[in-house]
Design a protein around this ligand. Structure first.
Ligand code: NAD
Ligand code: UGA
Length: 312
């Protein structure tokens, strides 16, 4: 089996590639090594992978000859994109449309012409729901993004589904709920909290810290991606991947304090534009379609991320 992983140098992409390589699967990876965060981190993510059966193509999905790359590929796991809710305003939006919408359309066009492809998996986001109208939020809840980022993820998801409907491409989009664990992006909350605790620097809380997130451990996300490429037959077009941890940022900070054994110094800033007050997904659909449920709870997952960060 040969799998194309886009965004392979990133947090979720590199973790996914490791799981596939460990299963003896041939992996082709694409990444442009964007400078959204330190590219050295991305180089290290790639260098740490078992290199046998791995091919990494450095380039932009918008420019690469994707039809050629897809020859002989059985499944695509499309994780390349411009992440980050709070930075998606102003002139940054160009990067979001280019990397989340245009790049996805180009990949889907190429995938449409492939004779070998059995599954196309798109990494969508809980941000498509915005301030959700019900909890736990199920897939048929009104999508009403609250950030420009969410708009581009919803566009990518719609594109993915319409290639399925028009051309029979065997797609599935997973809406990931705030993912954490080893190799988490440095701009995300837990990375920042552990980093600040270690340096003895103040931790910035956006808003009152009472916003709730359904944090999801990265290995649980990867298990669902692997299950989707293993599965035969049709899958629902869109499924939530939510970890079941309905906790506030302040509760997380309590856990961080316990995990690190350090007294935290908190400073508060106004809530960030685009930041929703609550996410909480229903994982009922993915449980019935793939038998998936999250295995790692927030305490265990935080400890694992801390241990990993300590060892770097
Ligand atoms: P990441 O930034 O660590 O990884 C994304 C990778 O994609 C980066 O290495 C980047 O260089 C690459 N990339 C960006 N544009 C590209 C292009 N045009 N061509 C080739 N490569 C390109 O981010 P992540 O946290 O690993 O997220 C992976 C995917 O999952 C993203 O699509 C993101 O929107 C989605 N997602 C992430 C989370 C989360 O909590 N981390 C939650 C929901 C959805
Ligand atoms: C995350 C990812 O960054 C997005 O790419 C993804 O699409 C989204 O999850 C999702 O679930 O769809 P976010 O929930 O903002 O977005 O994740 P974090 O960056 O880990 O932030 C979690 C919470 O902590 C937010 O409310 C944020 O405001 C807060 N936070 C973050 C702080 O209070 N201080 C910080 O320094 C960082």
């Amino acid at each position: 089996m040969r799998v194309l992983v886009t965004g392979i140098a990133g947090f979720i992409g590199s973790t996914t590639a490791r799981a596939l390589l460990d299963r003896g699967i041939d992996v082709v990876g694409i990444d442009v090594f964007s400078d959204y965060y330190d590219t050295e981190i991305k180089r290290r993510n790639i260098a740490a992978l078992p290199q046998q059966r791995l091919t990494v193509i450095e380039g932009d999905l918008n420019a690469l000859p994707l039809s050629e790359v897809l020859v002989g590929v059985d499944a695509v796991i499309h994780l390349a994109g411009q992440p980050g809710v709070r930075g998606s305003w102003g002139t940054q939006f160009d990067s979001y449309t280019r990397n989340n919408v245009e790049a996805t359309q180009k990949l889907l066009e190429a995938a449409r012409g492939s004779s070998s492809l059995r599954r196309f998996v798109f990494g969508s986001s809980s941000s498509v729901y915005g301030q959700a109208t019900s909890y736990p939020t199920s897939e048929d809840t009104l999508t009403r993004p609250y950030s420009p980022y969410g708009v581009t993820k919803l566009a990518g998801e719609h594109l993915t589904t319409l290639y399925r409907e028009n051309f029979g491409l065997p797609t599935v989009s997973f809406r990931f709920f705030t993912v954490y664990g080893p190799r988490q992006r440095p701009d995300m909350a837990f990375s920042r909290f552990f980093g600040a605790a270690r340096q003895g620097e103040p931790i910035t809380v956006y808003g009152d810290g009472l916003q709730i997130r359904d944090f999801t451990y990265v290995d649980d996300i990867v298990a669902a991606l692997v299950a989707a490429i293993d599965a035969d037959g049709e899958l629902p077009p869109v499924m939530n991947l939510s970890g079941g941890s309905s906790v506030t940022v302040l509760e997380i900070l309590d856990l961080v304090e316990k995990t690190t054994g350090m007294a935290l110094n908190l400073t508060y800033l106004p809530a960030m534009d685009g930041d929703v007050t609550r996410t909480g997904g229903s994982a009922t659909l993915v449980a019935s379609a793939l038998g998936w449920s999250p295995l790692v709870d927030i305490q265990e997952g935080l400890q694992r991320q801390f241990d990993w960060a300590q060892g770097r």
